[in-house]
Design a protein around this ligand. Structure first.
Ligand SMILES: [Mg+2]
Length: 214
């Protein structure tokens, strides 16, 4: 997605979105891992530290099912994700650049809805408490669906129109259901969709006409 002519001219439509920019923050939800949190960095760091897989890079992760694209047993992949998912703060899961700054700006304007497929919510709650000021963390509504393929009903219940997610098949499902997903570009979703996409939190900030966080 390219930047509009200028923030003072955001009267047109964003490419591929049927809505006027800037987006209404009340109508936009966010996935957590791979959008807000840099789960790939944590995965690769723990893969090297605990399992001696030290030569893998993020560009090698070309599938959401990591065992399909990495020379790694599915059990090891699951063990690493379990480590991250059950103690995200303790394992130093980091925010993607600009995510916290932009969420802090958004949180001043509206509640923030985060819908994750994770099965356990508390580590995400702890993560936001560690990374955001208390008044912002309290405005973040967190939902854990426990399933990658059932986000639509939660998105509708929350009254959202747009959802930013890094899993291409989730975004394709949402688009087929009449919602307006925005793909957060990652190596594991490139060339797997023809949907609107953002490459970083600078572009997400532009969507809301917020200050550049990077
Ligand atoms: Mg994700």
């Amino acid at each position: 997605m390219s930047k509009p002519p200028s923030s003072s001219e955001t009267v047109g439509q964003w490419p591929g979105l049927s809505t006027q920019a800037p987006l209404d923050p009340h109508r936009v939800g966010f996935d957590f891992d791979g959008v807000i949190a840099d789960v790939a960095e944590a995965f690769l760091r723990i893969a090297c530290r605990d399992y001696d897989y030290c030569s893998i890079t993020i560009e090698d992760i070309t599938s959401f099912e990591l065992e399909r694209c990495l020379p790694m047993d599915k059990k090891v992949v699951e063990a690493i994700f379990s480590t991250i998912l059950h103690d995200s703060v303790g394992n130093d899961l980091r925010p993607l650049p600009g995510a916290i700054e932009t969420l802090n700006h958004l949180g001043e304007r509206s509640p923030i809805t985060v819908i994750t497929a994770r099965p356990v919510l508390q580590p995400v709650r702890d993560w936001f408490a560690a990374h955001c000021p208390g008044r912002i963390a309290r405005r973040i509504e967190l939902i854990a669906t426990g399933d990658h393929d059932n986000k639509e009903s939660f998105i509708r219940k929350c009254g959202l129109r747009h959802f930013i997610d890094d899993r291409a098949s989730t975004c394709r499902q949402l688009a087929a259901a009449g919602l307006e997903p925005i793909v957060y570009s990652q190596p594991w979703n490139s060339r797997q969709h023809d949907l609107p996409a953002v490459v970083n939190w600078q572009e997400i900030a532009w969507l809301f006409d917020l200050p550049d966080p990077l």
